[in-house]
Design a protein around this ligand. Structure first.
Ligand SMILES: O=c1ccn([C@@H]2O[C@H](COP(=O)(O)O)[C@@H](O)[C@H]2O)c(=O)[nH]1
Length: 234
Protein backbone atom coordinates (compact mmCIF):
# COMPACT_ATOMS: atom_id res chain seq x y z
CA UNK A 1 0.00 0.00 0.00
CA UNK A 2 1.33 3.43 -0.99
CA UNK A 3 1.91 6.26 1.53
CA UNK A 4 -1.40 7.70 2.75
CA UNK A 5 -1.42 11.11 1.07
CA UNK A 6 -5.03 12.09 1.74
CA UNK A 7 -5.94 13.86 4.98
CA UNK A 8 -9.74 14.09 5.21
CA UNK A 9 -10.84 17.28 7.00
CA UNK A 10 -13.60 16.33 9.45
CA UNK A 11 -15.41 19.65 9.52
CA UNK A 12 -18.74 18.57 11.00
CA UNK A 13 -20.83 20.08 13.79
CA UNK A 14 -21.92 16.71 15.14
CA UNK A 15 -20.21 13.45 15.97
CA UNK A 16 -22.90 11.24 14.45
CA UNK A 17 -22.27 12.66 10.98
CA UNK A 18 -18.51 12.42 11.44
CA UNK A 19 -18.70 8.78 12.55
CA UNK A 20 -21.13 7.93 9.75
CA UNK A 21 -18.21 8.75 7.44
CA UNK A 22 -15.36 7.48 9.64
CA UNK A 23 -17.03 4.09 10.08
CA UNK A 24 -16.99 3.57 6.33
CA UNK A 25 -13.32 4.56 5.93
CA UNK A 26 -10.28 2.37 5.86
CA UNK A 27 -7.35 3.71 7.94
CA UNK A 28 -4.96 2.29 5.33
CA UNK A 29 -6.41 4.67 2.73
CA UNK A 30 -6.36 8.03 4.52
CA UNK A 31 -5.63 9.98 7.67
CA UNK A 32 -8.08 12.31 9.41
CA UNK A 33 -7.80 15.99 10.27
CA UNK A 34 -9.59 17.38 13.31
CA UNK A 35 -9.82 21.16 13.29
CA UNK A 36 -11.14 23.98 15.39
CA UNK A 37 -14.85 23.21 14.98
CA UNK A 38 -14.90 19.59 16.12
CA UNK A 39 -12.17 20.08 18.73
CA UNK A 40 -14.06 23.01 20.27
CA UNK A 41 -17.30 21.05 20.28
CA UNK A 42 -16.03 17.65 21.41
CA UNK A 43 -12.51 18.14 22.80
CA UNK A 44 -9.65 15.66 23.29
CA UNK A 45 -12.13 12.83 23.86
CA UNK A 46 -13.15 13.02 20.20
CA UNK A 47 -9.49 12.82 19.14
CA UNK A 48 -9.11 9.65 21.24
CA UNK A 49 -12.26 8.10 19.78
CA UNK A 50 -10.98 8.67 16.25
CA UNK A 51 -7.56 7.26 17.13
CA UNK A 52 -9.23 4.19 18.68
CA UNK A 53 -10.69 3.49 15.23
CA UNK A 54 -7.13 3.13 13.97
CA UNK A 55 -6.68 6.54 12.28
CA UNK A 56 -3.69 8.86 12.47
CA UNK A 57 -4.92 12.32 13.48
CA UNK A 58 -3.67 15.67 12.23
CA UNK A 59 -4.72 18.10 15.00
CA UNK A 60 -5.19 21.28 12.99
CA UNK A 61 -5.53 23.90 15.73
CA UNK A 62 -2.97 26.33 14.24
CA UNK A 63 -1.59 27.53 17.56
CA UNK A 64 -0.58 31.20 17.58
CA UNK A 65 0.49 32.73 20.88
CA UNK A 66 3.60 33.54 22.92
CA UNK A 67 6.32 30.84 22.87
CA UNK A 68 5.58 29.44 26.36
CA UNK A 69 1.85 29.05 25.65
CA UNK A 70 2.30 27.51 22.22
CA UNK A 71 4.97 25.10 23.43
CA UNK A 72 2.70 23.82 26.20
CA UNK A 73 -0.22 23.42 23.80
CA UNK A 74 2.03 21.44 21.46
CA UNK A 75 3.09 19.26 24.38
CA UNK A 76 -0.58 18.62 25.20
CA UNK A 77 -1.09 17.50 21.59
CA UNK A 78 1.90 15.16 21.90
CA UNK A 79 0.39 13.69 25.07
CA UNK A 80 -2.77 12.98 23.05
CA UNK A 81 -0.66 10.94 20.67
CA UNK A 82 -1.57 12.84 17.50
CA UNK A 83 0.37 12.20 14.30
CA UNK A 84 0.68 15.87 13.28
CA UNK A 85 0.13 19.26 14.94
CA UNK A 86 0.61 22.80 13.68
CA UNK A 87 1.45 26.35 14.73
CA UNK A 88 1.31 29.62 12.77
CA UNK A 89 4.77 30.33 11.34
CA UNK A 90 3.94 34.05 11.61
CA UNK A 91 4.14 33.55 15.40
CA UNK A 92 7.90 33.83 14.87
CA UNK A 93 11.15 31.95 15.18
CA UNK A 94 11.29 31.87 19.00
CA UNK A 95 7.77 30.49 19.21
CA UNK A 96 8.43 27.76 16.64
CA UNK A 97 11.73 26.81 18.30
CA UNK A 98 10.00 26.56 21.69
CA UNK A 99 7.39 24.25 20.15
CA UNK A 100 10.10 22.11 18.57
CA UNK A 101 12.19 21.94 21.77
CA UNK A 102 9.34 20.81 23.98
CA UNK A 103 8.85 17.76 21.74
CA UNK A 104 12.42 16.55 22.22
CA UNK A 105 11.65 14.07 25.05
CA UNK A 106 9.11 12.32 22.80
CA UNK A 107 11.80 11.22 20.33
CA UNK A 108 10.37 9.04 17.54
CA UNK A 109 6.91 9.33 19.12
CA UNK A 110 6.75 13.13 18.71
CA UNK A 111 4.06 14.36 16.34
CA UNK A 112 5.18 16.00 13.12
CA UNK A 113 5.37 19.73 13.82
CA UNK A 114 4.17 21.89 10.96
CA UNK A 115 4.11 25.67 10.38
CA UNK A 116 1.13 27.35 8.74
CA UNK A 117 2.30 29.91 6.14
CA UNK A 118 -0.42 31.82 4.27
CA UNK A 119 -3.95 30.40 4.47
CA UNK A 120 -5.10 28.93 1.16
CA UNK A 121 -8.23 31.09 1.35
CA UNK A 122 -6.08 34.22 0.95
CA UNK A 123 -5.30 35.81 -2.39
CA UNK A 124 -2.59 38.30 -3.39
CA UNK A 125 -5.23 41.05 -3.20
CA UNK A 126 -6.02 40.34 0.45
CA UNK A 127 -2.48 40.43 1.85
CA UNK A 128 -1.98 44.24 1.72
CA UNK A 129 -5.16 44.57 3.81
CA UNK A 130 -3.37 42.82 6.67
CA UNK A 131 -0.20 44.84 6.15
CA UNK A 132 1.74 42.37 4.01
CA UNK A 133 3.04 43.99 0.84
CA UNK A 134 4.17 40.80 -0.84
CA UNK A 135 2.50 38.23 -3.07
CA UNK A 136 1.15 35.12 -1.36
CA UNK A 137 3.93 33.16 -3.01
CA UNK A 138 6.65 35.48 -1.63
CA UNK A 139 5.16 35.42 1.87
CA UNK A 140 4.87 31.62 1.82
CA UNK A 141 8.53 31.30 0.79
CA UNK A 142 9.51 33.69 3.59
CA UNK A 143 7.55 31.92 6.35
CA UNK A 144 8.51 28.45 5.12
CA UNK A 145 12.20 29.38 5.30
CA UNK A 146 11.62 30.56 8.89
CA UNK A 147 9.86 27.30 9.79
CA UNK A 148 12.74 25.37 8.25
CA UNK A 149 15.24 27.40 10.28
CA UNK A 150 13.27 26.62 13.46
CA UNK A 151 13.62 22.90 12.75
CA UNK A 152 9.97 22.20 11.94
CA UNK A 153 9.08 19.16 9.85
CA UNK A 154 7.24 21.08 7.15
CA UNK A 155 4.60 23.67 6.36
CA UNK A 156 0.98 24.12 5.37
CA UNK A 157 0.91 26.02 2.09
CA UNK A 158 -1.02 25.83 -1.16
CA UNK A 159 -0.02 23.38 -3.86
CA UNK A 160 0.71 26.41 -6.05
CA UNK A 161 3.84 27.08 -3.97
CA UNK A 162 4.91 23.43 -3.72
CA UNK A 163 7.29 23.22 -6.65
CA UNK A 164 9.40 26.20 -5.63
CA UNK A 165 9.40 25.20 -1.94
CA UNK A 166 10.65 21.71 -2.77
CA UNK A 167 13.44 23.17 -4.86
CA UNK A 168 14.57 25.61 -2.15
CA UNK A 169 13.97 23.57 1.04
CA UNK A 170 14.40 20.02 -0.22
CA UNK A 171 12.39 16.82 -0.32
CA UNK A 172 12.42 16.00 3.40
CA UNK A 173 10.63 19.21 4.37
CA UNK A 174 6.98 18.17 4.17
CA UNK A 175 4.34 20.18 2.33
CA UNK A 176 0.77 19.84 3.55
CA UNK A 177 -1.62 21.40 1.07
CA UNK A 178 -5.28 22.27 1.63
CA UNK A 179 -7.21 24.01 -1.18
CA UNK A 180 -7.42 20.75 -3.10
CA UNK A 181 -10.24 20.73 -5.59
CA UNK A 182 -10.89 17.81 -7.97
CA UNK A 183 -12.21 19.03 -11.33
CA UNK A 184 -15.87 19.98 -11.00
CA UNK A 185 -15.89 20.53 -7.20
CA UNK A 186 -17.09 23.81 -5.76
CA UNK A 187 -14.22 26.18 -4.90
CA UNK A 188 -16.04 27.75 -1.91
CA UNK A 189 -13.89 30.13 0.12
CA UNK A 190 -10.56 28.77 -1.14
CA UNK A 191 -8.41 30.89 -3.46
CA UNK A 192 -5.11 29.11 -4.10
CA UNK A 193 -6.36 25.75 -5.35
CA UNK A 194 -5.17 22.76 -7.39
CA UNK A 195 -6.43 19.31 -8.37
CA UNK A 196 -5.14 16.28 -6.39
CA UNK A 197 -3.12 14.88 -9.31
CA UNK A 198 -1.45 18.21 -10.12
CA UNK A 199 -0.75 18.94 -6.44
CA UNK A 200 1.17 15.68 -6.05
CA UNK A 201 3.10 16.32 -9.25
CA UNK A 202 3.97 19.81 -7.99
CA UNK A 203 5.48 18.32 -4.80
CA UNK A 204 2.71 18.20 -2.18
CA UNK A 205 3.31 15.44 0.35
CA UNK A 206 -0.15 15.44 1.90
CA UNK A 207 -3.44 16.63 0.43
CA UNK A 208 -5.96 18.10 2.89
CA UNK A 209 -9.44 17.54 1.47
CA UNK A 210 -12.66 18.49 3.21
CA UNK A 211 -15.84 19.51 1.40
CA UNK A 212 -15.09 17.77 -1.91
CA UNK A 213 -15.41 14.57 0.16
CA UNK A 214 -17.60 15.43 3.13
CA UNK A 215 -20.22 17.37 1.14
CA UNK A 216 -20.30 14.91 -1.77
CA UNK A 217 -23.56 12.97 -2.22
CA UNK A 218 -21.52 9.81 -1.55
CA UNK A 219 -18.44 10.77 0.52
CA UNK A 220 -16.91 7.28 0.39
CA UNK A 221 -17.22 7.20 -3.39
CA UNK A 222 -15.65 10.69 -3.62
CA UNK A 223 -12.68 9.63 -1.44
CA UNK A 224 -12.21 6.35 -3.29
CA UNK A 225 -12.26 8.11 -6.64
CA UNK A 226 -9.60 10.64 -5.49
CA UNK A 227 -7.55 7.79 -3.98
CA UNK A 228 -7.46 5.85 -7.26
CA UNK A 229 -6.82 9.01 -9.29
CA UNK A 230 -3.56 9.47 -7.37
CA UNK A 231 -2.75 5.76 -6.92
CA UNK A 232 -3.69 4.39 -10.36
CA UNK A 233 -1.76 1.13 -9.93
CA UNK A 234 -3.54 -0.05 -6.73
O1 LIG B 1 -4.30 27.28 4.71
C1 LIG B 1 -5.16 26.49 5.15
C2 LIG B 1 -5.03 25.82 6.34
C3 LIG B 1 -5.98 24.93 6.74
N1 LIG B 1 -7.09 24.72 6.00
C4 LIG B 1 -8.08 23.72 6.48
O2 LIG B 1 -8.16 22.66 5.52
C5 LIG B 1 -9.49 22.25 5.34
C6 LIG B 1 -9.88 22.47 3.91
O3 LIG B 1 -11.22 22.11 3.72
P1 LIG B 1 -11.97 22.21 2.31
O4 LIG B 1 -13.38 21.90 2.69
O5 LIG B 1 -11.34 21.17 1.43
O6 LIG B 1 -11.79 23.58 1.78
C7 LIG B 1 -10.33 23.03 6.34
O7 LIG B 1 -10.48 22.24 7.50
C8 LIG B 1 -9.48 24.26 6.67
O8 LIG B 1 -9.67 24.68 8.00
C9 LIG B 1 -7.23 25.38 4.81
O9 LIG B 1 -8.23 25.21 4.09
N2 LIG B 1 -6.25 26.23 4.41
Amino acid sequence: MAEKRILVALDYDNKAQAFALINQLDPTMCRLKIGKEMFTLFGPQFVKEVQEKGFDVFLDLKFHDIPNTVAKAVRAAAELGVWMVNVHASGGLAMMKAAKDILEPYGEKAPMLIGVTVLTSMSDEELPLIGINKTADEQVQHLAALAYQAGLDGVVCSAQEAESLKSTLGDDFKLITPGIRPIGSAVGDQHRIMTPEKALKAGSDYLVIGRPITKAPDPLEALTSIHYSINPTE
